[in-house]
Design a protein around this ligand. Structure first.
Ligand code: F6P
Length: 379
């Protein structure tokens, strides 16, 4: 029996005529490849395919869109998009239908659950099944919709790689490859000026991007949320290098990294959306400069990590995920997420996939490798 069959959770037998695809949360390279593969696979089944604009906004606020919020996905519409960054459907990390921000008469903002209304809209628009492409937030919404009877397949997207039950999310490889290239470029200027370059990368509360790019890009220190850091240790490591004649250093800092006994650096909190992290790179650069007396500069890679064409790995993974999502529907499955479990793509219950965040295990072999290469984690 193929692995996908063994892992199926709920079998649904009713006929599919029309499916919808949406993309939610921060964009990641590979979204368009998923859309193309899912669309072509579904069209091959004789199904009609529509794309919902901007997460669920196209369904919930159709009047805001000249085309009514739904895009007809035809062969022509998905032609030539595999290599393109972004998403032809648009995306948003605002307006979670489970925690929709509304203002009461007193001007206070509170969160309202609009899932029942969304389900009515899904039915009114004759959508028999939904393919939700997103990260933890989007897949948690997908899970609730599935629990309430909507036929849903999730596709794991995020540059952060923090989704559980899949070896990789699409977008991650592209982000790591770009960050590594940036570290390569920064080495020469750091060495020329004998400086400390502090490079802040995204990743939310997981250190995957920092760990993988920092190790591949020969950083001297990597600071990740999973290992609270002590900058005196980083400074000692940098000074030791200087004593050996290496008068420059590269420090990679995950945006969610925090000092021992300290807090994550948050730039913004807003009702109805995840808190925005940032600022840690600047803090680390200032403190390391003070501790070492060496000139420091900070580079924040930020949204550059989300742009551009997906790498070959991410393109292929996205195409495999998109096709597998439709295969799951053909098999009668619902409430599952497609997941990479090399060499195959499997299906795991959405409920399991969204239960916890996948952070870097402290004993994983990349951490061990980095330590053996002499990279400091500030611990
Ligand atoms: O989850 C993807 C991600 O890029 C995180 O790494 C980052 O913290 C966040 O999204 C940034 O979100 P925004 O696009 O709202 O600035």
């Amino acid at each position: 029996m193929p692995p996908s069959k063994r892992n199926s959770t709920r079998k649904t037998s009713s006929t599919i005529r029309r499916i919808a695809i949406n993309t939610g949360g921060g964009d990641a390279p590979g979204l368009n490849a998923v859309i193309r593969a899912a669309t072509l696979s579904a069209l091959n089944q004789g199904w009609e395919v529509v794309g919902i604009r901007d997460g669920y906004h196209g369904l919930m606020m159709p009047a805001n869109y000249p085309d009514g919020g739904l895009i007809q996905l035809t062969r022509e519409r998905v032609r030539g998009i595999t290599h393109m960054g972004g998403t032809i459907l648009g995306t948003t990390n605002r307006g979670n239908p489970l925690k929709f921000p509304v203002m009461d008469k007193r001007g206070n903002v509170k969160e309202v659950d609009r899932s029942e209304e969304l389900i009515r809209l899904i039915r009114r628009n004759r959508i028999d099944a939904l393919i939700c492409v997103g990260g933890d937030g989007s897949l948690a919404i997908a899970n609730v919709l599935a629990q309430k009877g909507v036929r849903v397949i999730g596709v794991p997207k995020t540059i952060d790689n923090d989704l559980d039950k899949t070896v990789a999310t699409f977008g991650f490889d592209t982000a790591v490859s770009f960050a590594t290239e940036c570290l390569d470029r920064l080495h020469s200027t750091a060495e020329a000026h004998q400086r400390i370059m502090v490079v802040e990368v995204m990743g939310r509360y997981a250190g995957w991007i920092a760990l993988n790019s920092g190790t591949a890009g020969s950083a001297d220190a990597i600071l990740i949320p999973e290992i609270p850091y002590d900058l005196t240790r980083v400074a000692a490591h940098i000074k030791q290098r200087a004593n050996r004649g290496r008068k420059f250093s590269i420090v990679v800092v995950a945006e969610g990294a925090k000092p021992l006994g300290g807090e994550t650096s948050v730039v913004e909190r807003e009702i109805g959306r995840a808190e925005r992290l940032g600022g840690i790179g600047e803090r680390v650069a200032q403190e390391v400069e003070a501790l070492t007396g060496q000139d420091s500069r900070v580079v924040v890679l930020g949204h550059l990590l989300r742009g551009g064409s997906p790498t070959t790995f991410d393109r292929l993974l996205s195409l495999r995920f998109g096709a597998a999502a439709v295969r799951a529907l053909v098999e009668g499955q619902s409430n599952v997420m497609v997941a990479l479990d090399p060499p195959v793509v499997r299906y795991v219950p959405l409920e399991q996939a969204t239960r916890r965040m996948k952070t870097v295990p402290l004993d994983c072999d990349t951490v061990l490798t980095a330590r053996e290469l002499g990279i400091s984690f500030g611990d």
